[in-house]
Design a protein around this ligand. Structure first.
Ligand SMILES: Nc1ncnc2c1ncn2[C@@H]1O[C@H](COP(=O)(O)OP(=O)(O)OP(=O)(O)O)[C@@H](O)[C@H]1O
Length: 447
């Protein structure tokens, strides 16, 4: 059977780097096994889900290159959940409960106060028909719980190893709320069964869900899939991430920080694994290196500096054709392949091209500390056309004429030609600056 996985975010905020790690791991697992990747929007929380957030999720995943083979929306599948409810009721696995939230909270507090785990006491199972009729006459509407079997629940987690739970240590989960809406615990299993999911790969926050959901899979007759629960990513301070809090979103990395998608993919594919974190230029390379056995159990931290470092590496290896369109959008349509290759080793973010465009093509204030030396150097500027051999022949001549060498030769030239003490290699930059500007700058003029 071929592998089928899903990424199932709720459209209740912008995807953060923790969500993306999960999306990426699902995608890489699918692609590395020739399997399929489903995007499922868990949009049944009508108060918090919005069409804008849903569109944002699709945009973020596309931008990262995480394309999906199939798409589903839980709000389109409500009839499937209703059908599953009927089957569970017919099998005697759902029972009506009438406690209010306050009553349940009191019960929990009382158990905790006695040092006991806050497991639901199944009081509703002892209600008679008459009790139920009375409660409903009082105006109470039931919520419905799934009757767990008091039996062991075990699985061999692809990340956490063998997991052991027991039904008696778990509360019967609520599957239907008072207002009749089915909850994630049920809808997610119905979808996973009907959409043929073979591996559920999600965050550690779902481990307890998995324990109860395995019994639901069995009750609904679906094959129980494999599981991998990954530790949750934290921010650099160790604090948790949440869509609701607007944690480090992919949209802000893209739109505000000018980060390359492959920098994000490279970091999140390798973070918290036994592989070194290095820049990769394609998802195919990451898929070829992917192995769930490399994922560690410790909670990884997202380090923005590491991302910045990878971003620079990715840019340094990006070919001109891959950025030509974006350069045009940024207003640098005049940049060609030669210019790009000259400046890309000095970029941390794509927008940094603006500085080198300015240096090469716009008037700058030169820094001339030794006018005599600068004028001697200017006198040796060769005739155009210039290419990447011009710098070495010119500085060779300046060296012979002035007796200067090393830093004493190169730094005054760099300061005069660029107004800066750092930047792209001058052998590449000089032909872009051109003779006229070079001559004027060596004379100390703004040019
Ligand atoms: N910090 C995190 N690190 C890694 N994975 C995470 C993190 N937070 C959520 N996930 C995973 O992302 C996937 C999508 O989950 P979900 O949409 O519930 O995200 P969420 O950020 O927890 O949302 P919300 O803040 O709205 O509850 C799930 O597999 C979940 O386990």
């Amino acid at each position: 059977m071929s592998v089928a996985v899903r990424f199932a975010p709720s459209p209740t905020g912008q995807l953060h780097v923790g969500n993306i790690r999960l999306a990426l791991v699902n995608w890489l697992f699918a692609r590395s096994q020739g399997g399929s990747f489903l995007l499922r929007l868990d949009d049944t929380d009508l108060e918090r889900s919005t069409a804008e957030y849903a569109a944002g999720i699709e945009r973020d995943l596309r931008w990262l290159g995480l394309d999906w083979d199939r798409f589903a929306r839980q709000s389109d599948r409500l009839d499937r959940y209703a059908a599953a409810v009927e089957r569970l009721k017919a099998a005697g696995r759902l029972y009506a409960c009438y406690e209010t939230a306050e009553e349940l909270s009191l019960k929990r507090k009382s158990l905790l106060g006695r040092g006991l785990p806050p497991i639901y006491d199944r009081a509703a199972l002892r209600l008679t028909d008459a009790d139920r009729a009375r409660l409903e006459a009082e105006g109470r509407t039931p919520h419905w719980r799934f009757l767990l079997e008091h039996a062991p629940v075990e699985w061999d987690d692809l990340v956490r190893g063998p997991q052991h739970f027991h039904g008696r240590d778990l509360s019967d989960p609520v599957l239907i709320r008072e207002d009749g809406r089915t909850l994630y615990t049920l809808s997610s299993v119905v979808d996973d069964i009907e959409l043929g999911i073979t591996h559920v790969i999600r965050g550690e926050d779902h481990v307890a869900n998995t324990a109860v959901q395995i019994q639901l899979w069995q009750a609904l007759g679906g094959p129980v899939p494999g599981f991998a629960h990954l530790p949750l990513l934290t921010d650099a301070t160790g604090a948790g991430l949440s869509k609701r809090l607007g944690s480090i979103s992919v949209a802000s990395l893209r739109d505000d920080q000018d980060i390359e998608p492959m920098a994000i993919n490279s970091l999140l594919a390798k973070l918290g694994t036994s592989d070194a974190i290095e820049a990769r230029m394609s998802l195919a390379e990451l898929a070829a290196e992917f192995d769930m056995a490399k994922v560690a159990r410790g909670a990884p931290k997202f380090d923005p500096e590491e991302l910045a470092r990878l971003n620079a590496r990715v840019l340094h290896a990006t070919p001109f054709q891959a950025v030509a369109g974006r350069l045009q959008t940024l207003g640098f349509g005049g940049i060609d392949a030669v210019f790009w290759e000259a400046v890309r080793p000095n970029l941390s973010r794509l927008a940094d091209v603006a500085e080198w465009w300015h240096v090469a093509r716009e008037p700058i204030e030169p820094v001339v500390e030794d006018a005599e030396f600068a004028s001697a150097a200017a006198a040796h500027l060769p005739a155009e056309p210039w290419d990447d051999t011009t710098w070495s022949s010119w500085t060779g001549a300046v060296k012979s004429a002035t007796g200067r060498k090393g830093k004493g030769l190169f730094m005054p030239l760099r300061l005069a030609l660029t107004g800066r003490d750092h930047g792209p290699e001058l052998k590449n930059l000089l032909p872009l600056i051109g003779r006229e500007r070079a001559e004027a700058r060596l004379a100390g003029r703004v040019a």
